[in-house]
Design a protein. Sequence first.
Length: 282
Amino acid sequence: MEHILKGAPVAAAIKARTKEQADALAARGIFPTLAVLEVGERADNAAYLRGIQKNAGSCGIEVRHVTLPEDASQNEAEAVLQSLNADASVHGILLLRPLPKQIDEAALCGMIAPEKDADCATDLSLAGVFAGKKLGFAPCTAQAVVEILKFYGAELAGARCAVVGRSLVVGRPLAMLLLNENATVTLCHSKTKDLPAATRGADIVVAALGKAKALGGEHFGENQILIDVGIHRTEEGTLCGDVDFAAAEPKAAAITPVPGGVGAVTTAVLLSHVAQAAGKNK
Ligand code: NAP
């Protein structure tokens, strides 16, 4: 296995598969389209959106960006979402979060048509991940972690995996995806006693705790595979992850960089979901 697990080759492989699917659909007059709904404008969302737009064209996915003003009401947001649900030319919907505080995020997420739920925003999609059933799509970031591990040939069956972070967006569904691959998963969180012991005892550690460079040398043993989901802007204006890369990298068998690791793959997974959604029952 490579020592630095770059996201780019994984993303390229996923995008090549997506382009094949999109081209086949286009030949039948179906143009896979992702609608991205944003309420208000946030710098981090703008960067994510730019990444989606940059990659979408090269794999045959169209992107429709719908923005509502920061002070849009719940009714206005719901009306736009309903129209995207009803629009047959839209195959995937991504709701950029967080939303302004006047918007009931759970209610809005719950309204996305399940078949168009490209990033697992609805309870039905999430239930599918937990039940191991293909009810919808898995959360893109959680799936991106599994895609990276598989691409680089990590043995998941029987592997001891420590996932640090139990959010419904990343950690918890990722634990289920790894379990579906027959890994033995320890799901760690802020109340975990002796986190370093839990992470040191694992073959694979996934850091998704949302704290810059929080996992350092004491958290890692020798020859582990380390996947860093975190992404933070430092005071110097650079990006870093939840893992202290300088401390962890020398001990690790393999490690994802930040930037250039999980984030790059997340966008490719999202676009692949749109092509799959467009191809369903067509
Ligand atoms: P989140 O909702 O804030 O959840 C953080 C989780 O980490 C919680 O379960 C929390 O435990 C746990 N945690 C916090 N401090 C901890 C500590 N000191 N020790 C152990 N566990 C701790 O974060 P998220 O949305 O899952 O995101 C996690 C990270 O991934 C963030 O850095 C985010 O920016 C990044 N992210 C990256 C991508 C990508 O594509 N690369 C996409 C999404 C998110 P409790 O449950 O006990 O509070």
